[in-house]
Write a protein that binds this ligand. Sequence first.
Ligand code: SF4
Length: 467
Amino acid sequence: MSLARVVAVAPGSPADAAGVEVGDELVDVNGEELRDVIRYQVQVDEPEVALTLRRKDTLIPVTVSKPAGAPLGVELHSAVFDRVRTCDNHCPFCFIYQLPKGMRRSLYLKDDDYRLSHLYGNFTTLTRFTEADLERVVTEGLGPLYVSIHATDPEVRTRLLRNRRGATSLRWLDALLDAGVEVHGQIVVCPGVNDGPVLDDTLLGILDRFPDLATVGAVPLGVSDHSNEPDMRPHTTAEAVAVVDTIEAWQDRYLAALGRRMIFAADEYYLMADRPFPEADAYEGFAQHENGIGMARTFAAEVDAALAGHAVTGVGPRAGFFASVDGAPAAGYRAPRTRRTRLAVRDARGGAPVVLLTGEYGARVLTPHVAALGDLAGVDVRLHPVPNRFFGGNIAVTGLMTGEDIAAALAAVPDDARVLLPDVALSQDRFLDGTRVADLPRAVEVVGTDGASLVAALRPAVALAAG
Ligand code: SF4
């Protein structure tokens, strides 16, 4: 088991006052050898925290006194200190298999670890879940969890996961729900495989067997140019329309049977089907916002409210794609995800345009707001969709933009423009291709991806105060 390593100590914090230093390793906390940040958090919530630190081969006991529940002021190098449990499935739609070669190694890790599900919202298939895991989830209250369902038919699920345990592992979902754990489900819909009658059967199966699921998201298969699976292909428009119709028909049935819709289609489906997004109420709280479900609707609501001068707390994404593999402890266990980068942007005033970099899907979400945002900024606001050549295929979401593609797109941006980049494309200040904002050929300003942050960045008085 590797030890937790301290990567930051907040100045003036209890840990700082007690002499904890960056680079120290935590041998134990209150006598417990820690497996993950979940146990760390439990231990450091105590008012008296006894740390054993290892600093250059010397063990140093340190006692920290603070109010119960107050933060210690330490950030650790990772969320999990023993081995991340890797997945033993071989799903033909797995995005890890569709990554180009040569990316940083951590991105190729296929995790199926309930702790990362709890901490980051990663989906787990439960094929490696055990009785001991169930006990820990229940006793430590590790909900919500996020479970990949894909199909409730055992044979279809086995085929989709390419793992015979796929046929039986949903028994753990039963057990989790029986124990009162909040669980959200996901169906990755692969056209010709688990759409059509299979999707109907799955939604019936969920209503029948798992009515206590909090929500279920239906998301479309993403296919990059690097997929080697001949049966995996993007949806046609007609297939996307059919999925939206199926989900909405089942929403009505769930509403009648359970009093809530529970099942939601990803925003991408509405874009592909060229259908208007459902009203905000229909998302019943946006529990799967980070899964791309209701993002467009919340963005619109945030922009409208911010333009109207109302205080808005953006739902906003809390973690970038692959956040769990970059060593960034999950939200609540770490410092803010990315620093806002402000590079010479204040000079780009006086009539110069503001250019919003975004993915091709994001551009369609932003388009209805561009005129109002331009009025707010008092300048020409333009969208600049960045084609995703790095992944290719049907990959068009903003969170998968890479530095390489952004650099190419910037060549067409006027020299005097103020350029805004949504932070969802970054994880620990890096794009997925490993490049950083500082590697881009010109200055850009990183802003929050939610509507309120964009409005704040465009409203001159607010922006100046923040800078
Ligand atoms: S369970 Fe997830 S990580 Fe594992 S192969 Fe399937 S899609 Fe990939």
